[in-house]
Design a protein around this ligand. Structure first.
Ligand code: AMP
Ligand code: ZN
Length: 476
């Protein structure tokens, strides 16, 4: 498989350290609020990557942290702990909101068919590991104590800005979000490994450490948790593109300084889901959640379909129209699969079956091109192969895509069979074909034809109802 590596800025052949095995790390959510559908775009694409690696035969171990302490409102270590901010907003304790939003995150993941990682580790459960790593960095001369905090000294590195060629002055980290700069830092890019002196004396969670009572910086969490569960050599690290700097840059700096050798081979970054007014973000306050999509009548899997239809390395603009189009396309796709009859006696066509499997694999082998993988699903339906083989292959593809292709089709079929008199599957298929033709006519702005089809259906005793998930029908 070829995967774009943010470190080399190139598509590279994916070769893990140990043949057949992949160690994978994903930055988990900061659990001070609901995940928005932008965050979930990242998790959907990471899920597709993990599942494709498994489909391709790898034994994957995926680790994810839960950030429940230390992520400040500015990624540059200034501002307030996001968790404390969330707790104040809801007049609850930090641990209460951490539990609530962690559960909410995994409930959303389940609705989107995002598999649970093999290891889920809340940062507050690994304080001894963070302290050990900070201590190691101090001993090796990569860290210093200043103004009560422990900082990583970026001037000790040959190359700090590994993902890009930024100049320190261009970045102005620390003043970016209008917060004062930390005068205890020796270099502008230095970052906090352990806070003891915080401007916020009400920081709720604090632990004893060799440097005084305090709490860990956000970046050290991911390095230490990954080391704990995936060892000294990590194959693949994932996250949204906003995490590349400073978070992942700092993870690399401290992990490699601590280990004394290169750490992670491949960096997989997902571009953002944007709204018309820019990046969707929790801190802006206004964002869309999975629950909101459900309230509006959308099946969350339609959002997954929407995401898979575009490449992870392109930013994706969310619009209701775009989601409606995905809902209509998804419904049509499921109707087509529901119309397959696996009991039909048809000859096997091994070459054509191999060709559709190959085009699916080719799409995903090329930097996880999920959009072309979805096209391969349509190719299966058009291929000169038996209905039974089509269902078999779609089931295989769905191990990666997780679009409930067979499950939703079977449910649709069962629903149609209970709604319609027994033996009427031909009639249902006819109605569905007419509905599809009407949708195509509407799309082509041929409203006269669309109305004509509605009238024909009405004469057959069929009533239509247009919903965000497509057109539903009832038979009189
Ligand atoms: P957070 O909960 O803020 O730590 O973010 C969780 C994940 O979502 C990280 O991998 C972020 O990089 C990613 N993320 C944040 N905003 C967006 C967005 N608008 N689109 C896609 N991914 C995002
Ligand atoms: Zn992280």
């Amino acid at each position: 498989m070829k995967l774009y590596n943010s470190l080399s800025h190139e598509k590279e052949e994916f070769i893990p350290h140990e043949p057949g095995k992949v160690s994978m790390y994903t930055c988990g959510p900061t659990v001070y609020h609901f995940a928005h559908i932008g965050n979930l775009r990242s998790y959907i694409m990471e899920d597709a990557l993990e599942k494709y690696l498994r489909y391709d035969g790898y034994d994957v171990k995926r680790v994810m942290n839960i950030t429940d302490v230390g992520h400040l409102t500015s990624d540059a270590d200034t501002g307030e702990d996001k968790m404390l901010k969330g707790a104040k907003r809801e007049k609850k304790t930090v641990m209460e909101i951490a539990k609530f939003y962690t559960d909410a995150f995994f409930a959303d993941c389940e609705k989107l068919n995002i598999k649970k990682p093999d290891v889920i580790e809340p940062a507050t459960g690994c304080i001894p590991e963070f302290i050990q790593m900070v201590q190691g960095l101090l001993e090796k001369g990569y860290a210093y104590i200043s103004g009560g905090n422990v900082y990583f000294d970026t001037s000790k590195l040959e190359k700090y800005y590994v993902f890009n060629n930024f100049e320190a002055e261009d970045l102005e980290v620390g003043v970016r979000e209008g917060v004062e700069e930390d005068t205890s830092k020796k270099n502008k890019a230095d970052f906090v490994l352990w806070f003891t002196k915080s401007k916020f004396e009400d920081q709720e969670l604090k632990w004893d450490s060799p440097w005084g009572i305090g709490y860990p910086g956000w970046h050290i969490e991911c390095s230490a948790i990954s080391l704990k569960h995936n060892g000294e050599y990590l194959d693949l690290h994932c996250g949204g593109i906003d995490n590349a700097f400073p978070h992942h840059t700092n993870e690399i700096a401290q992990s490699e300084a601590y280990l004394g050798h290169p750490w992670c081979k491949y960096w997989f970054h997902i571009l953002h889901l944007n709204t018309n007014s820019g990046k969707m973000s929790k801190s802006k306050g206004e964002f869309l959640t999975v629950s909101l999509l459900e309230e509006k009548g959308y099946d969350p899997i339609v959002y997954r379909f929407f995401c898979l239809q575009s490449h992870y390395r392109r930013s994706l603009v969310f619009s209701w129209e775009g989601l409606d189009n995905a809902a209509t396309a998804y419904d049509k796709l499921i109707a087509k699969i529901a119309a397959l009859d696996p009991a039909k006696k048809e000859p096997a066509n091994a070459d054509a079956e191999a060709a559709v499997r190959a085009s699916f694999k080719e799409a995903l082998d090329n930097d996880l091109n999920t959009s072309l993988a979805v096209t391969a699903v349509y190719d299966v339906l058009k291929a000169p192969i038996s209905d039974a083989a089509k269902r078999q292959i779609l089931g295989e593809f769905d191990a990666v895509l997780s679009l409930n292709l067979l499950k939703a089709a079977d449910a649709k079929r069962a629903e149609a069979e209970t709604d319609a008199p027994a033996g009427d599957s031909e009639l249902i298929a006819k109605i569905e074909a007419m509905i599809a033709e009407r949708a195509a006519a509407k799309k082509a702005k041929n409203y006269a034809r669309a109305d004509e089809i509605r009238a024909e259906l009405s004469a057959m005793g069929v009533t239509l109802k247009d919903t965000p998930n497509g057109t539903e029908f009832t038979i009189a």
